[in-house]
Design a protein around this ligand. Sequence first.
Ligand code: NAD
Length: 368
Amino acid sequence: MIKIKKRKFLLLPGDGIGPEVVGEVKKIINWFNKNKSLDFEIEEEIVGGASYEKHGTPITDEVFYKALESEAVILGAVGGPKWDDLEFSKKPERALLKLRKELKLFANLRPAICFKQLVDASSLKPDLVSDLDIMFVRELTGGIYFGEPRGIKPIDNGERKGINTHVYTSSEIERVARVAFELARKRNNKVTSCEKSNVMEAGQLWKEEVQLLHEKEFKDVELNHMLADNCAMQLVRNPKQFDVIVTDNLFGDMLSDEAAMLTGSLGLLPSASLGAKDKNGNMRSLYEPVHGSAPDIAGKGIANPIATILSFAMALKYSLDLDKESNMLEKSVQNVLDEGLRTKDILSKGTKEVSTSEIGDAIISKLQ
Ligand code: NAD
């Protein structure tokens, strides 16, 4: 079999259920290497609490530089009660924030997909969410979470003032909007841009810049502007009206969590964080499940690995342009759900409970 270019992944399993769910991705990578003309090279390193225990820091410089050099980073999850009382700079979550910030991952992609097999897990009526497929593009490195000035300051009369600054530049808006338009072209060709242009100047700029880019480069894509509060309402009223939603850091944080709940289970939701492309077309990227380290179920072999497996499928599509392999993997997940195999978190009447590794093996068997 002729092998093509080596593709480099860095696996960072992290803490809690992280190693269990990333372990299933490792099995899938090995399957691709053995059965397809692909050559994935994987390296594995510790981050988060595991790294703190060994090195006294949530991420070492060595691991950080490996992340800079990989084509894609696949992360499990970090954190746990054991490390809750550590000082801020040593907390496991700092590893993740450092990676997002230093790799300049400005676009966070979170699909909200409701598999028809799991429609009962949603709090909405089945016909509203069955086959739902929304892609959120959240700006991740700007806006009110990073804007200056910020802080808590004493003022007159013994009172204090809390300050955060919501700030965006034209280029920050344009680059994330470009990601959204390009994604829409590969999907249903529709972008909804959300802001609060009625009450915020930064929202007005957001709307204008998205509109300008649309007129310049993406006239073929349908564009709608929507106020973020209306979007929150529309997501529970008629979520299937959306294809790609692009919004800022703050509104994206809330709206994507709201949409996640339409789909029912945390164990199924993948995400991707993407940086800018360099002149050779290469892009920094980090893929991770939306869920955390789930310390309550760690080590029991019952964690759902599907969110991490679907995150790997996103890596195949967005970082390596392997759309065919990505679709194959997504289809295998669907087939396993069709057969009624479920981890405990998504178990329902008439389905069969299986372990983390059993569902991973079943997905691999469908790849055959
Ligand atoms: P969590 O997502 O870890 O767990 C919430 C609930 O969902 C738990 O009951 C858990 O058992 C369940 N759950 C989560 N993922 C699951 C899966 N794959 N399969 C089956 N059940 C699953 O959130 P939490 O409990 O708020 O946080 C636990 C730790 O994770 C904290 O230390 C938090 O800081 C950290 N955290 C890390 C990340 C990350 O690494 N990106 C994200 C969120 C939370």
